[in-house]
Design a protein around this ligand. Structure first.
Ligand code: ZN
Length: 141
């Protein structure tokens, strides 16, 4: 809300508004479009303009703009492809993790089976020893 430059009264609504195109200053590029509002102070009647908004325009050759848009499109496409690849990799990682868990379990089972075979072997050995000892003992009686 602009203030009246004379009495400081705040004015909310411009009596009229218009657009002005401003040529670039030296060393500047592009044009600036300004929306200017004309206000009339409700207290003292002073008329004063205020810039409501600004929009800058750069002048770009049509082919250049087209090539920028094409490039942007291909960057967007590339980023979508990348996202899809990343999602695929995450999925693969999950599958690998679960297969690793499975393999670990299988290895546990194999290790336990080997241990069981070892124990069975040892039991057989002990039985044999026992038998031999019993024979010796019977001979000694
Ligand atoms: Zn005023």
């Amino acid at each position: 809300m602009p203030n009246c430059p004379k009495c400081g009264n705040k004015e909310a609504i411009p009596t009229r508004s218009y657009n002005v195109i401003v040529e670039p200053a030296k060393g500047e590029r592009g044009m600036t479009e300004r929306r200017v509002g004309m206000y009339t102070c409700g207290k003292c009647g002073t008329k004063f303009p205020t810039v409501i908004s600004k929009q800058r325009y750069l002048i770009v050759a049509e082919e250049q703009l087209k090539s920028i848009q094409d490039e942007l499109e291909s960057v967007k496409k590339g980023s979508e492809d990348l996202n899809t690849k990343v999602q695929g990799m995450v999925q693969q990682q999950r599958e690998m993790e679960s297969s690793m868990v499975r393999t670990a379990k299988e290895n546990d089972v194999k290790r336990l089976q080997a241990k069981l075979a070892e124990l069975e072997e040892f039991v057989r050995y002990l039985r044999k020893e026992k038998g031999e000892l019993e024979q010796k003992a019977s001979r000694l009686r």
